[in-house]
Design a protein around this ligand. Structure first.
Ligand SMILES: Nc1cc(-c2ccc3ccn(Cc4ccccc4)c3c2)n[nH]1
Length: 242
């Protein structure tokens, strides 16, 4: 997978080259290219923003600069892109979105700042490529860069070979629609708290049941919306207690 990120703060995306993603990049599983939006300005001040039509606070990012940048970046690789534009008003980015993005050959991220990017940029490219405006949560950031770090990590971990332990991607939170239950490791007792007996019983059936019950209990308490959204056939008779 090739990932391009256009931003006025390329340094912010440096972590994409570290650790998990660094190894994936070294293994050729993911190719990450960072592009400074200001490279496509032509004035001495490298202006990327202007006052909003209709008035109001803050500034809006200029369409001309974004158009030149995205034309150049998209043309720099033959793989057809999905354009991803983080935005507070975007559709929610979920594990399902991450799974869908993991099947893409190429993702091009447009990181806005200020009050966002002139809408005509999204409208223009939506006529040629799939374009998603995505929100990573119901809170307001200052720009799209942090969202790109989140999205790229959630997607990259699903690519074969990126995670050391592939089982965890398939069986982690949200994969079965439930939250992860509690996890334990040695020592058996820590500060007077013992590991639940069943986990040391060696009874794999009882362990699986206990883990499912803890996941259902936690989901019912913390995210009843996820439980309500579960298809009927995903809950068996033993689950009905939640
Ligand atoms: N989930 C999520 C995404 C963002 C986000 C993404 C990109 C940008 C570009 C500029 N801003 C600042 C902004 C604040 C308010 C209104 C509009 C823009 C952004 C915020 N916030 N929260």
């Amino acid at each position: 997978m090739r990932i391009d990120v256009v931003t006025i703060f390329p340094g912010y995306l440096a972590p994409l080259r570290e650790s998990l993603l660094g190894r994936a990049a070294d293994a050729g599983l993911i190719e990450v290219a960072l592009h400074d939006l200001r490279s496509w300005t032509h004035d001495v001040h490298q202006t990327v923003d202007d006052a909003p039509y209709g008035g109001g606070p803050g500034m809006v990012m200029r369409p001309q600069v974004w158009g030149e940048a995205l034309d150049a970046v998209i043309a720099s690789d033959s793989r057809p892109p999905r354009l991803v534009v983080p935005a507070p008003a975007g559709r929610s980015f979920t594990q399902a979105t991450a799974r869908a993005y993991a099947t893409e050959q190429r993702l091009v991220f447009a990181c806005g700042r200020y009050e966002g990017i002139d809408q005509r940029v999204v409208d223009h490219y939506s006529r040629q490529f799939p374009v998603d405006e995505v929100s990573i949560g119901d809170y307001v950031l200052v720009g799209g860069e942090a969202a790109v770090l989140v999205i790229v990590e959630a997607v990259a971990r699903l690519l074969p070979g990126v995670l050391g332990n592939p089982r965890s991607a398939a069986e982690d939170s949200f994969s079965d629609g439930l939250l992860e239950g509690p996890a334990y490791t040695r020592p058996e007792v820590w500060r007077g708290q013992a590991v639940p007996e069943v986990l040391r019983s060696g009874n794999h059936g009882a362990i699986a049941r206990w883990r499912r019950d803890r996941a259902l209990e936690r989901t019912a308490k913390r995210r009843p919306d996820l439980l309500a959204a579960l298809p009927e056939d995903r809950l068996d008779a033993a689950d009905q207690a939640f």
